[in-house]
Design a protein around this ligand. Structure first.
Ligand code: MN
Length: 438
């Protein structure tokens, strides 16, 4: 789908429902059909599709002879416990697979009795990273976050002069991207405490999360042949939630002049399902107009269709659960409700900028959007902003306070795309608990 084209078809029809239990009203209705890698109890990792409370086994579906043509080609490429080769095929096979899955899983399907034995209850399955990630890049496209963080360090000039001219980013660490559910060990590192005679080594005392949208690259780009921005969506295979864990005390000491390093390379958590561009087609919106006085992007970052329909309307939430809340009988506490509408740059602009110098993108590469905060206090995407760098701790319903995360704390990110007249599409959770340092 090119930026701006509506891309809507019968798979977005809100009147259609699946025969699978739990599909209607949940995160994984018939209109979603996200892709992932899972293991059934005692089984090897394989490709699957989330539908209601179940996962449909894609290799088994293919072996049963229920796929053909481009849909069969897509499923056949999902070998070896990763989706890289399937995503590399680009949009056409992925769309064909979606249409076939929609028909098989819709109420009234003649194939129900053939498909039903190929479903696994999701609760008994293990979810894995969907791809072998070659490269991971984190952007900084949430302008409220960039402004708030800038204000903490540079009250007179929160945004640096380059911010509105290009999507700022850094190359992150792919080896430590973890699937949702994997605990995160508090990192040790070098910090420079205020008033100390010199730097010290030890566990981070200012561990934070960052609420971000993840972008999975599908069809690769060639070295030295950057795609024009109008073709950027050809290279986007889907979306997830991403928690860019950050050790703020390590970051503050190490970041000058080259930016984040050990403060962020110890762990990044992603939700396991790839929500496709097709599933999000109804939730494409115009990129919000830039405030008057802001510069226009350079031509390689501008596309009329991208400005008209290249942004996403996805509601995002961050939740904190602590041992203290559990002991007091409380559920998780919501830290933020925000939206992908607050991104200053579109994902197409990120793809265009990342590749403009000749850098090739490969199937299974991962982007983070940057922390997504909104304009008000209930919409801040990390504790650094919520607590003003720890100076104004957050009080939880059981009376506990948090400047930053403590051992035992669990952070859960959630996302739902909503639009009147369409069935809401969920992302599945991005969850991890903090454990003590080694
Ligand atoms: Mn980040």
């Amino acid at each position: 789908m090119n930026a701006g084209s509506p891309g809507l078809d019968e798979t977005h029809d809100a009147r259609r429902r699946s025969w699978v239990e739990g599909a209607s009203g949940g995160e994984f209705p018939l209109q979603n059909l996200p892709l992932g890698i899972f293991s059934p109890p005692g089984g090897a990792p394989r490709a699957g599709v989330a539908i209601g409370g179940s996962i449909l086994d894609l290799p088994a579906l293919r072996e049963a002879g229920l796929l053909d043509g481009q849909a069969e080609r897509a499923a056949a490429a999902a070998q070896g416990g990763t989706l890289n080769a399937m995503l590399a095929l680009g949009a056409a096979p992925r769309r064909a697979l979606r249409r076939r899955l929609f028909d098989l899983l819709a109420e009234g399907s003649a194939a129900r009795s053939d498909v039903e034995p190929l479903l696994h209850p999701m609760a008994g399955c293990t979810l894995h990273l969907p791809c072998a990630i070659g490269d991971y890049t984190d952007f900084y496209a949430g302008i409220h976050h960039a402004t708030n963080v800038g204000l903490l360090f540079r009250p007179d000039a929160p945004l640096l002069p380059n911010y509105k001219h290009m999507p700022i980013g850094y190359h992150g660490r792919a080896s430590s991207v973890r699937a949702s559910g994997t605990p995160v060990r508090r990192p040790c590192g070098q910090t420079s405490p205020a008033g100390a005679a010199g730097p010290v080594f030890g566990p981070s005392a200012r561990l934070d999360y960052e609420l971000e949208l993840g972008v999975w690259i599908g069809q690769g780009t060639l070295p030295g042949e950057p795609p024009p921005i109008g073709r950027a969506w050809d290279h986007i295979a889907g979306f997830c939630l991403l928690n860019d864990w950050s050790a703020r005390d390590v970051q503050a000491w190490e970041y000058r002049p080259l930016g984040p390093f050990l403060a962020k390379n110890f762990a990044t958590t992603v939700s396991c399902w790839i929500v496709t561009p097709e599933a999000l087609a109804p939730f494409r919106i115009a990129q919000p107009a830039r405030p008057s006085g802001d510069p226009s992007p350079l031509p390689y970052l501008h596309d009329d269709a991208d400005q008209g329909g290249g942004a996403l309307a996805v509601d995002l939430e961050a939740w904190l659960h602590t041992p203290g809340l559990a002991r007091a009988g409380h559920g998780p506490h919501r830290l933020a409700l925000t939206s992908t509408r607050h991104l200053y740059w579109t994902v197409a602009q990120m793809v265009a900028h990342h590749s403009c110098g000749g850098c090739d993108l490969r199937p299974g590469d991962l982007f983070g959007s940057g922390t997504i905060s909104g304009p008000d206090t209930g919409s801040l995407g990390c504790l650094l902003e919520i607590t003003s760098g720890g100076r104004t701790p957050l009080t939880l319903p059981d009376g506990e306070q948090r400047g930053f995360l403590q051992d035992g704390d669990e952070v859960v990110l959630r996302a739902v795309a909503r639009r009147d007249g369409f069935v809401s599409v969920g992302f599945g959770e991005c969850r991890a608990a903090v454990t003590g340092h080694a």
